[in-house]
Each structure stands twice: as C-alpha cells, then as structure tokens.
Ligand binder design. Sequence first.
Ligand code: GAP
Length: 449
Amino acid sequence: MSDAKASEETTPRMEDLVSLCARRGFIFQSSEIYGGINGFWDYGPLGVELKNNLKAFWWQRVVRERDDVEGIDSSIIAHPRTWEASGHVEHFSDPMVDCRTCKRRFRADQLPDEPCPEAPEDRADRSCDFTDPRSFNLMLQTQIGASEDAASIAYLRAETCQSIFTDFKRVREAARQKIPFGIAQIGKAFRNEINPRNFTFRSREFEQAELEFFCHPSEREKWFEHWLEERLRFHREIGLTAENLRTRAHAEDELAHYAKQAVDVEFRFPFGWQEIEGIHDRGDWDLSRHGEYSGKDLGVTDPETKEHFVPMVIETSVGIDRTCLALLCQAYAVEDLGGGETRTLLRLHSALAPIKAAVLPLSKKLAEPARELHRELRRRWNVFYDDAGNIGRRYRRQDEAGTPFCITYDFDSQEDGRVTVRERDSMAQERVALDAVAGYLRERVECGA
Ligand code: GAP
C-alpha cells in the first residue's frame, strides 16, 4: 500500500457526496422506506455527531466565551400573535406558479430550464405553460387542542428568533444584562418551501443558530461590523476556505420587510454560490411590533442618561444544515495514491469530525490492551474501535468518515508502551506513549485546537 499523495479531485459532484452521506450514515432521506418525503432529511450516526459538534462550536464561540451573550431554548410553537406582530402572517410568502400542462409547482423566481415533460409532441413551444404568479405563505400551520377552528391555529416557527424578542425583557432582567448584549439560540425552524432542493440546502425542516444583539441606536453600525467580522472568522475557523467564502450585500429592493441592512455570507457549493448565513440590521422593528401587539413596554432606560429607548437589533442567522453541507463539500476529496489506488476522505476540522480517533489493534490477539485504551479515550470523546479487516482497509473506512486520528496498537506496543498515531490528511505516522495519547488528542480535537 502506498501512502504517497499524488493528485486529488477537490470539487465534489453532488451525487458522489449524497451517495457517501447515505452510505456512511451522515444524512439520508426521511421516511426512506416509504419513498421519502420531499424537503425532510434524517441525520444518521455520523451526521448527528457532526451536527452536534458544529452546534457546540457555535455555542462555545457565540455564547460561552462572551460576557455579553445569553443563551435560551424556547418552544417551537409560540402564541399565534407572535407571527402577526413579526409580519410573517402578512408578508412571509414566495410568488408561486403552476404549469398547466405538467401540474408541477415552482417559485416564480426559480423557473426550470428544461422543457415541460408533459408537453405534447406536436406543440412547437415545449416549455411549461405557467399560470400568473400567486402569493404562497411559507408558514406551516398546526392545530392546538381538540377543536378545529380559527382560534386553534398555531404555527411551527419559521425562524427561531421571534421568541428571543418576546423573551427579551425576561432574559435581560433574569441575567441582569445591560445594553449592549445579545440573546442566542439554536433550534428547528419550518418553512413550507415550494421547491425543496439541492439535498439539505433548501429543506422544509431545518435548524438555525441565531443571535439577536441589542444595542443603542447610535451603535448599530459598529455592532453590525463587529458581528460580520466575528461570523466570517467563525466560518474560516471551522475550515471553510477563503476561495469558497464571500459576502454579498443585499440591494435596497432585496431587503426583508424588517431589514435596514443585510449581508449574506455565501459558500461556493457544487451548485453555485449560495447563502449560508445572514447578518441583518433589523432596527427596532421586532421589539416595537411585539411591544405594540402585546401592550408591554419592551424599551430600556439607560441608567446613566435616563434615556428611554427601544434597542436596535443586529442579527446573525446561520443555517446549521447548510453549514454542515458546506463543511462536507469543503472536506470531500478523492486522492490518487498512485498504482491505480485512490482514497476518499473527508478533511473535516478535528473539533467537528464525528469520530475523533479510531483504536485499531493490529491483530485480534491485541484486543484486550487496545480495548482498555479505547475505554479510557471514549470517556471523553467519540472514539471508535475496529478490529475487522486489514489495517489499510480500516484506515480507509476512517478516512471516509473524516476521523482525524487512527491509533494502532501493535505487537511492539506491549514492549515499548507506545502506539502508532496516523494523521488523516498527511497520513504521517508517529509513535506516542500510551499514557500521552489522551493529552495528544486533547490538544488536537477540542474546540480551541
Ligand atoms: N431570522 C432571520 C432568518 O431566518 P433567513 O435568511 O430566512 O433569515 C437564515 O434564514 C438562515 O437559515 C439562512 O442563511 C440559511 O442558512 C437557513 N435557511 C433558511 N431557509 C432554509 C431552508 N429552507 N433550508 C435550510 N436552511 C435554511
């Protein structure tokens, strides 16, 4: 087996990535045995670890490491007035068209390039025959309680941030925070997207990690710049490279109904540049509207100047699923090792990798001490044990799962108390003392590493 790196393919084809994700248990269709359900995805054993690690990384950087941010976890269903006040009942819609021939439905701004599959052979124009655009509200509705009338309608939240606004006063007082400060949360959001597509990129159920940062009106530009910079630093830190990241400011006519200024962070996916995060200056829209609809004063008083004002809000809103997808696209590589041999690997940041290390005894005869090492390491990290198949194949399985370190326990280990640690990307190997392995991993696989 040659471990020399000769050449590699970097931009994955979506079908290869989707296939690896299903085969290795990262992400696959929800309700697969029933043929799936459009716009819904399940995360398998490796996917849930990747996603949890990404959320923990975000929480660490955005909440725990800062004195001026508090975390919450609010209910998915809020009082329906929330969504009237936020403007979602009135404004949260996309223009939709139907094809009169094939009956498919599209977003009016995302029409298909291909001809209509049902267009009659004798028709000269083979494109779809579209209706005029109609407005389609994207909020998913449900019923609360036993009666089914207008009063029992509730919405599955379309964004996680609205509860941050309705909880603002409670959290500020409970945490004894003063302006400027922020409230953050991670959670599910639901949108009845007309055309879910590009794998998990546009789904109907997805997760967001959102921060609403409340500041004095005179400081909104300063905090907008601050958070834009912080968020770009985060994306670089998790391994998205400069050539695959860019920012795009919204033009005046593109701004959401609440936004005063907005910049998207975009990633270069195999299907083109697309948004993974939005940084928005939401002004005082949300707090003012919730103040008006609830009849509660959501303003604050500056303890020194005694000025009473409604804080301005700078929002950072990142899609967890879209970022996982970006990470997988960035990490996926097929390396040509020469001699007709290739390896597929995921070069994931070690703090995000689903499995931090795999313990591989060279022979089943070495299972006992190898298991002992595995037991010690798994107390702290997700560490895999594998004694099946030849060592080269076991390395390849871990490369494909994105495991940054393989630890081989061999016959010399019993003599010299050392194991071989192989690093995923370089395939470099080094001998590490058994009692130093935990420290070796700690330095390399934790959030600050
Ligand atoms: N609170 C502001 C807000 O929700 P957004 O731009 O609509 O703003 C923020 O959404 C982020 O949520 C997006 O940048 C994206 O990463 C993610 N997102 C939005 N719609 C999504 C969908 N249908 N599927 C997956 N992720 C989505």
